[in-house]
Structures are given as C-alpha cells and as structure tokens.
Write a protein that binds this ligand. Structure first.
Ligand SMILES: [Zn+2]
Ligand SMILES: [Zn+2]
Length: 461
C-alpha cells in the first residue's frame, strides 16, 4: 500500500509523492491523473493564476483547521499547567498580513497570553495535500518534543516544552499540538545582517555545535521518546514507507552507510512503484542508482575504536530562519526542530545550509563560501579543530545530501548540484548531463529496476 492512493474516483493507483500533491484542489494524484489532460489546476510557474488560487486554498485549509481547534480546552489546559493563572488565545482568523509571523510550511502558531504577562505558543500541525498521513504527523510531533526535551538538558538555546498532545481521539483540544515557551527575538535574516552581526551569530552557533558534540548517540535516527534520549526511526516523510496500513519509518541505523543504502533503496523502490518522480522516472532512477554506488566514498567509517557513540544531533532545516536573534544579534533561540535526527560528526558539524554561497553552490563550484571559512576558523579559535575539519571537508556531504531526493522540477539547479557532486568525488567528473546519462544507461543496463522502467516506457509509447 502506498502512502496515499489517487483521489480520482475509481482509480486504484498509488499517488505520486510531492509531484502528485496538489494543495489547490487538495488531492493526491497518480502518475496518470496528475497530467494536464486530467488535472487542470494552475502550476506554480504560472504565478498569476497560481498565487490567488493558492491563497484561496490556504484560507480554506485554515478555516477547517480553526474549526477543529477547541480554544477553551486549550486555554483550560494551559491555565491548569500554571496552577490556574488565567490565559487567553486571540480569536483565530485568517489574516494574510500576519500569516508569515504565525505560520510555517508545516505548522500554525497560536499565542497563549497569560494574565501575568507570560506568553506561550501552541505549535499546531497544518493539514493539506502536502502533509504526511496522521500517524506520521503524530510521530514527527512526538519526535520534535523528544528533541526539545533533550535540548533542555543542554546549553543550546531552545524553547521549553510544557505539554503536547497527538491527534488521537482522547485529545480535547481537537488537534495535535506542542505547548511551548514563546522565545523573544525574530527570525534571522542573513542577507540583511552586517559582517560583524554575522560573525557574532556564527560564534554563538559554533558554541551550540561544541555543546552538541558533548552528547554522542550510538545510533542514527530521530529522538522519539520524550524525556529519555532514545533514538528511534527517522521522523520524516521522505524516509517512511507504508505496507498495508502499517507505517514503516526507516531506521534507526548503526552506520551512515547503512542509512544511505536504506534511504536510497526506498527512493528506487518508490520510483518503480510509481510513487516518486513519475514525470522523470528514468532520469531519477539513474541518478539514485548512481548515488548508491557513491556511498562508500561519502560514508567512510571512522576507525573501529571510535565506532561506539559517534552520532550527534543535527537540525534538519538550518537555512538561517531557524535562528532567533534580538536587536544586538544575541541568539535567543534555535527553533523548528521537526525532522531533527542524529548524524555522524562529518554531517552534524558541517556548515549549516544558511552559510552556503548559494549561487556558486548551485552552479557546481565546490569552494567553500566566505561565511563557511569564518565559521570554520571560529571553531578552530575555540579549540575545536576537529569540528572545523567537518566544515573544511564538508562540501561532499552537502552535495550528496542535496542530490538525494532532490526536486527535479528545479532541473537547472539539479544539473549544477549533480555536476558538483561528481567533480568533488572524482567520479564521472566533467561530463554534462546528456553525456552522463548515456554513460549511466550503459553502466546500469543489466539493472533489473532500470530494465523494468525502460520497458514500461516503451510500452507506454
Ligand atoms: Zn489540483
Ligand atoms: Zn489516478
């Protein structure tokens, strides 16, 4: 059974992940029904048609979400956690001017204001065609809580969790939520910061890395039990398979090679089952098949004696806006920990995505950016040349991670990323896409999956 079936009546096919998720008509579509002959919603490239339709869809989605939230139950719960200090939640209204402050891609934030001035925040999962199924939403939420509870034991600035509830029926609030501290500060906007401000933030980020390096874990996966530091399977949609009605998140793993092997095999399986990359299945298959062959080059294991306890917590979306800063660029919090997982030092302490020199990176250049060099030197100055080495040698890890499961609709971006990967590992370096594809078709001509895909394509002609 796939993650979703196609929503077209009478169609029994699996819906395509990502490409087949339409927020406008709120449907999951299979490889056939997502084609323009059947699916007529505007595409995102056509912004004049798409943007107003997306706003309408968002308004409908939030109206439905607000309808599910039992505000008085939420207020009563928050108040009881503070021994009866009264609190209130402002009326839930869809207002586009304030949306960016209250909403992320996966969550909606409701402020809880206590009469004594204390402010909390309820982080509530959104639900639309791009959201994971409810069981997986619950697992991701529970993992985020486990991660935040772990962080409370460290000096990494992050919000305290006071309560959480899953979407299950015994939840009086009606929706899954995390009740947490509302931290002061605003999301960092890297492009608007001066060099001195950036350096100040990077120094504090280096301190957070050094602190996280003091808490090794023995396995690769996501924290999944609030309070006890247990590492379970990865809490992420792209790393979850479904069999029957059973959700099968991947992991936990004991080595990074095993993790990549397993996640890439899932991508290849999903391509063959028509659940991923339906419009570009052969290209996607060749790319991911090639990535499997590169695993030994990017997942070198440390010497045997260091094998135990060698994974560290990694934020999964470190673009920069996960950092809250005050007016003096003092970091008040690192937020948005959903999807967080443990990773080897080479990945956990590599430079955050927000520090990448974006244009050069997508162009295929493998030199580190100026911010990354500053960050590495800060780690060295703080006496952690070992962590700095993860940054200096980190480009190969960025390249590989970006190429796994990349959205091929951004084809130009992908071509640069992929060329940069082949250059940095020294395999098929310098080939442009068409030449590489010809080489790969020959190289994998005996691969059973590729043969099945090619004959399916022939038959469809
Ligand atoms: Zn649609
Ligand atoms: Zn269909």
């Amino acid at each position: 059974m796939p993650m979703w079936f196609c929503d077209i009546e009478g169609c029994q096919k699996p819906a395509v992940r990502h490409f087949g998720e339409c927020i406008l008509c709120d449907r999951h579509l299979c490889a056939v029904h997502l084609q323009p002959a059947f699916h007529r919603c505007p595409q995102w490239e056509d912004e004049h048609a798409y943007d107003p339709a997306a706003r309408d869809a968002e308004a409908r989605e939030l109206a439905e979400l607000f309808g599910k939230i039992n505000v008085s139950a939420l207020e009563a719960r928050a108040s009881s956690l503070r021994h009866g200090v009264p609190c209130s939640v402002p009326p839930l209204r869809y207002d586009r001017s304030t949306m960016s402050a209250t909403m992320g891609g996966m969550n909606y934030h409701v402020e809880v204001a206590f009469d004594d001035g204390v402010r909390w925040m309820a982080r509530i999962r959104r639900s639309n065609a791009t959201s994971p199924p409810p069981a997986l939403r619950d697992y991701i939420l529970q993992s985020e809580v486990a991660t935040l509870r772990f962080l409370e034991r460290t000096s990494v600035p992050s919000p305290c969790v006071f309560d959480f509830a899953l979407e299950g029926a015994d939840n009086a609030v009606g929706v899954g939520y995390i009740l947490m501290e509302k931290l002061p500060g605003k999301s960092l906007r890297w492009a608007l910061a001066t060099q001195a401000q950036k350096n100040k933030v990077m120094s504090q980020l280096a301190d957070a890395f050094i602190e996280l390096s003091r808490y090794p874990f023995d396995r690769l996966g996501s924290l999944d039990r609030p309070g006890d530091g247990h590492v379970g399977p990865f809490a992420r949609e792209s790393l979850t398979d479904f069999a029957g009605s059973e959700m099968r998140p991947l992991g936990p793993f004991s080595s990074y090679g095993q993790y990549h092997e397993s996640s890439l095999r899932l991508v290849l399986d999903l391509i063959l089952r028509g659940e991923m990359y339906a419009p570009q299945a052969v290209d996607a298959y060749l790319i991911h098949r090639f990535l499997v062959d590169l695993i030994p080059l990017i997942a070198a294991e440390p010497p045997h004696t260091e094998r135990e306890q060698r994974h560290y917590l990694k934020h999964a979306d470190d673009k920069g806006d996960h950092i809250l800063v005050d007016e003096d660029f003092h970091v008040t919090g690192i937020i948005d920990w959903e999807w967080a997982h443990t990773a080897p030092a080479a990945v956990a302490f590599n430079s955050p995505i927000g520090l990448l020199p974006v244009a050069n990176f997508y162009d295929g250049a493998n030199e580190l950016g100026a911010d990354e060099a500053v960050f590495a030197r800060l780690l060295e100055e703080k006496g952690r040349a070992d962590l700095a080495a993860c940054v200096w040698n980190g480009r190969v890890q960025h390249r590989f991670a970006f190429c796994c499961g990349y959205d091929l609709a951004d084809w130009r971006g992908f071509v640069g990323l992929f060329r940069g990967l082949r250059d940095v590992v020294g395999v098929d370096a310098g080939l442009d896409w068409d030449d590489w594809k010809a080489v790969a078709l020959r190289r994998y001509e005996e691969d059973a999956g590729l043969r099945a895909l090619l004959s399916r394509h022939e038959a469809a002609r």
